[in-house]
Design a protein around this ligand. Structure first.
Ligand code: ATP
Length: 285
């Protein structure tokens, strides 16, 4: 337990204080660090990374995203997750269920699995990036004073009335796909979070990502689309096209995009490729 570090993002989710207390009670011998700012986190990891074998991240997909560059720089460091975000897509896919004792047991078993990391211009991603509707929602969510699932649902419903589809040109495997889209996703794992399975066939360690192109959906189709999304049945929808690839280029008039749920302004062409793999604690027996 000496070589494990627990890092908690106090800005993620809605119950980080309570989780930290529970963690300290169950594992008093494990070092912990409260990551108040990215600057403090950077200084802490760069000073201490060599001391540790496992980095437990307590936060959402956005927090996990901020650790990727360190996991690549210090490959002896393995990632484990105590989910505390609004969607927790990555944690759900890798089987991190939020139970502290089960997490510690998984770490002690010492099994690991590799996970692909994508490079998106100068950023990294391990779960999902997207343009269009979901980046619009991520941007609106970012402006809200409260976080959590409830706020996310409110932002999504409001966006259904305000959002306009985007124009995009995607160059993938020498072909050009061009059109008007409700949203475009590049999925390393199957889900956005909250078990919304946008790319049901995505495999996080196959050296490929799934490009998911969603055409403009008529308003009356939205309810059945949402049902298919949560059932993992989008493959049969005529509004959705899937392509597996390991690199692509996107030009779009979307003003925003998101990387693992973190909204960004879109001002240039996006170049996406599979970069490397990181080692993640295996939760399944
Ligand atoms: N390592 C870090 N240290 C400090 N702050 C961070 C760190 N990583 C991310 N943040 C900030 O904390 C905010 C919330 O983090 P995160 O995205 O993980 O939680 P969430 O939005 O509640 O969950 P989810 O991404 O699952 O929807 C981010 O938008 C970012 O501004």
């Amino acid at each position: 337990m000496q070589d494990i570090i627990f890092v908690i993002n106090p800005h993620s989710g809605t119950k980080s204080g309570k989780i930290l207390e529970q963690f300290k009670e169950l594992a008093p011998e494990i070092d912990y660090f409260i990551s108040n700012t990215l600057k403090e986190f950077d200084a802490f990891v760069n000073t201490n990374a060599e001391k540790y074998r496992v980095l437990i991240i307590c936060g959402g997909d956005g927090t996990i995203n901020t650790t990727l560059k360190y996991l690549i720089k210090y490959p002896k460091l393995k990632l484990a997750v105590l989910p505390n975000g609004s969607g927790n897509g990555f944690a759900r896919e890798l089987g991190f269920n939020g139970n502290i004792q089960e997490l510690l047991d998984s770490i002690l078993r010492d099994g690991t699995e590799m996970v692909d990391v994508l490079k998106v211009n100068d950023e990294l991603s391990c779960n999902m990036l997207g343009l269009g509707f979901d980046s619009y929602v991520a941007n609106e969510f970012d402006k809200m004073p409260a976080r959590g699932l409830k706020t996310y649902v409110v932002c999504t419903i409001q966006a259904l009335f305000k959002y306009k589809p985007i124009q995009a040109k995607v160059t993938v495997d020498g072909s050009v796909i061009e059109g008007k889209y409700h949203m475009i996703n590049i999925a390393n794992t199957r889900q956005f979070g909250n078990n919304a399975l946008i790319a049901p066939q995505a495999i996080y360690n196959d050296g490929l990502f799934d490009l998911v192109l969603i055409k403009k959906i008529p308003f009356y189709v939205v309810p059945s689309f949402v049902v298919r999304l949560f059932l993992g049945k989008l493959k049969n929808s005529k509004y959705v096209q899937f392509v597996k690839a390991n690199s692509l280029v996107i030009d779009s008039n979307s003003e925003t995009y998101h990387v693992d749920g973190e909204p960004k302004a879109l001002t240039e062409t996006l170049n996406v490729e599979i970069l490397k793999q990181i080692e993640v604690v295996k939760t399944k027996l």
